[in-house]
Design a protein around this ligand. Structure first.
Ligand code: BG6
Ligand code: MG
Length: 230
């Protein structure tokens, strides 16, 4: 009873919502996006630098294509660009065909249930139009109270739209939401929406986040709640 009392008191004082980016936070699909863009750049015989690879992180498909084409973008018509993006997506879909629950990144399967057990609603806020099939392959689609994907907003990260839609779907005010992100654009999007941002992965990339952790396995609900006590 004492134990459940402790949990209950955290529940009532928590009063926040959690929004998770997918690629690079929940699952290591970031490496497949990167590989698919690299193959496209190789086909086009244009360089694909580390800086470009990082700049595509979190960014929607057409904006990522613009990053990959860089100074070569002017050589392609809009129709050709749409075809290139489609080609990249075909390669990406091939690469993710074999995804299983074993591809989930550390902590996805423990932090989300721990937050939910405390009454904290959890959503996915992903730029990817492939987010739902990926979550289904992982067998964790049912774990989230809302799944917001690349089909649900107009302006991609660093605009806050994806996270604002997620916040509204879980019925939590933006200022009471925390976002888990591995991308610079995602940290900016969270802050643009007035949300807290937990940076996951590489501290150099998620600079400016409110809390950093290598993986979701290194984050506890108490640490998250503390972000709202500041
Ligand atoms: C984001 C990835 O989650 O989704 C980006 O970090 C990707 O790399 C973006 O470009 C869009 O993905 P998709 O699957 O719609 O092409
Ligand atoms: Mg990501």
């Amino acid at each position: 009873m004492v134990k459940s009392g402790i949990i209950y008191s955290m529940d009532t004082r928590a009063g926040f919502g959690a929004i998770f980016d997918l690629d690079g936070v929940i699952v290591s699909t970031d490496k497949y996006h990167r590989e698919a863009w690299r193959r496209l750049a190789d086909e086009l015989r244009i360089p694909f630098t580390e800086a470009q690879a990082q700049a595509t992180r979190g960014v929607d498909r057409m904006a990522s294509l613009a990053v990959v084409l860089g100074e070569h973008a002017g050589k392609f018509t809009d129709e050709q660009k749409a075809a290139l993006a489609e080609r990249k997506n075909g390669v990406y879909k091939e690469l993710i065909k074999g995804i299983t629950p074993a591809d989930a990144l550390p902590g996805a399967d423990t932090l989300v249930p721990a937050l939910k057990a405390l009454g904290i609603p959890c959503a996915i806020g992903s730029a990817s139009k492939n987010a739902k099939p990926v979550l289904e392959s992982l067998g964790i689609a049912g774990m989230f109270d809302a799944i917001v994907t690349g089909y649900d907003f107009t302006h991609g990260k660093p605009a806050p739209d994806v996270f604002l839609v997620a916040a509204s779907r879980i019925g939590v005010e933006a200022s009471r939401c925390v976002v888990f992100e591995d991308a610079a654009a995602g940290i900016q999007a969270a802050h643009a929406g007035g949300m807290k941002a937990v940076g996951i992965g590489n501290p150099e990339i998620v600079r400016g986040c409110d809390l950093f952790a290598r993986t979701l396995a290194d984050v506890t609900p108490v640490q998250i709640r503390a972000l709202f006590a500041l």
